[in-house]
Design a protein around this ligand. Structure first.
Ligand code: ACO
Length: 414
């Protein structure tokens, strides 16, 4: 009998969690406590398994999220996670079948895009995904950093408890989320796990330091979680390392004040920034930008368009007043077609099917995903042979239209 792909039942949650941890090489034995604590995070209608007889050998699930797009609007997204195939069953097409089932269901539900964080670059392009946001992590040489003087930053920074983070965090996150293209909504479970209210045994949890920034009116507009590791001091010189687990700032003032605080911690000579937008101002805040050494610069959130008219109508564009006809190719038959994008100044952008119009550009759905949140240039993609121009200047127009003043960023790990 072949391997069956289907959504799982309540009684299959345990074997599914086990298979997921096995697929990620974490452990072949997962406790009943971990399974019970994991269960509320799953929507069984969106949790699929690959079953070889009774044995679960593949896992895949998705979550409903809102994705912020340029201009501050949102589109509905299916956020894909926990994609694994047990080592004994790899390269037989099981991930392909799991993906096809989930994307078809997402299309059916009317979700405009699918998103995921790719474990490895080569996996998801074949399914119509393209890298839509990038991430940077810096290590700051703290003694080299020249901070703005204390009186140059406004408001206050204070240490808070996990309960205060739980109470204040969701509203701040949503405030930041809607002004950050590429960011997605968070559920309450994220905060439970970040504050230790839910601890999965195989991940463990040590309460980090939590700080908030309040503006001059006393409103919380920034928040960070960090740890300090203090190893041996060579020659009695301080040698501690601070690691930022996450940082949210709704204003540049809050951002600068939080970095100023984190870079002023006694004994700390190295600060690991955690995930940051690729065009973050952090290095430029340091007086000497070379004090921030890039540790990671890589693709982060991948995106697949499922409904081109809905997705392209939801974002804003540079005010050029240009129209473009896009011939979007989709080998999986989910989102392809010819579409006219109209961007008249003063009017809401409109993207509509235009099957009879001659196209300005032809591109694959995965290439359009790279452009969608504003992080790519159509001319770069054309130089790579990923986009064909039928009207001279159309790639330049697309570059200008889709480009955004700041690069998109997804702060979530999902
Ligand atoms: C969103 C997330 O959850 S990211 C996490 C992804 N999971 C992991 O990295 C865990 C470890 N890896 C795995 O569990 C599996 O190898 C998976 C899930 C990545 C792939 O599962 P498989 O069932 O082997 O994939 P499948 O057989 O459908 O492969 C389809 C194609 O993708 C290719 N492919 C699959 N995985 C990889 C990879 N890691 N690198 C390069 N190519 C890959 C296959 O070679 C195949 O190519 P082909 O069509 O030309 O023959």
């Amino acid at each position: 009998m072949g391997v069956e792909i289907r959504t799982i039942t309540e009684s299959e949650v345990g074997p599914w969690v086990q298979a997921m941890h096995t697929g990620f090489h974490r452990s072949q034995v997962i406790s009943a406590e971990e399974i019970a604590l994991s269960r509320p995070g799953f929507d069984l209608d969106r949790t699929r398994g690959a079953f070889d007889g009774d044995r679960c050998v593949g896992t895949f699930r998705s979550m409903a999220r809102d994705l912020t797009v340029p201009g501050g609007g949102s589109v509905s997204a299916t956020a894909v996670t926990n994609v694994t195939v047990t080592a004994t069953h790899r390269r037989r097409g099981l991930a392909t079948r799991l993906m096809a089932a989930d994307l078809a269901a997402a299309k059916e539900r009317g979700e405009a895009v699918a998103i995921l964080i790719a474990a490895e670059y080569p996996i998801y392009g074949r399914f119509g995904f393209g890298p839509a946001t990038w991430v940077t992590e810096w290590e700051v040489d703290v003694p080299r950093a020249v901070l703005p003087p204390g009186d140059a930053v406004s408001g206050t920074v204070e240490l808070v408890t996990p309960a205060e983070v739980r109470a204040l965090g969701p509203a701040l996150h949503e405030r930041v989320r809607v002004r950050t293209p590429g960011a997605i909504s968070r559920d309450s479970r994220w905060w439970d796990r970040a504050t230790g209210a839910i601890v999965l045994p195989s991940f463990g949890f040590q309460v980090p330091f939590f700080v908030v920034h309040r503006d001059t009116a006393g409103e919380v507009d920034g928040m960070a979680a960090y740890r300090v590791n203090d190893p041996y001091w060579p020659g009695k010189f301080p040698n501690a390392e601070a690691e930022v687990l996450w940082q949210l700032a709704a204003t540049p003032d809050a951002d600068a004040a939080l970095w100023r605080y984190l870079l002023s911690l006694d004994w700390v000579v190295r600060l690991k920034s955690g995930h940051r937008p690729p065009d973050d101002i952090l290095p430029l805040l340091l007086g000497d930008p070379r004090a921030a050494r890039t540790e990671t610069y890589a693709d982060y959130m991948w995106l697949r368009l499922l409904d081109v008219p809905v997705a392209l109508s939801a974002r804003t564009y540079a005010p050029l007043g240009a129209d473009l006809v896009l011939d979007v190719r989709d080998a999986d038959g989910l989102a392809g077609g010819t579409f006219r994008l109209e961007t008249a100044p003063g009017a809401a952008p409109r993207c509509t099917p235009a099957p009879a119009s001659p196209p300005d550009l032809t591109l694959d759905v995965a290439t359009l995903a790279r452009l969608y949140l504003g992080d790519e240039s159509a001319e770069r993609l054309s130089a790579l042979g990923l986009l064909t121009e039928h009207r001279p200047g159309a790639a330049a127009t697309a570059s200008h239209l889709f480009h955004t003043p700041r690069r998109p960023w997804c702060p979530e790990v999902f």
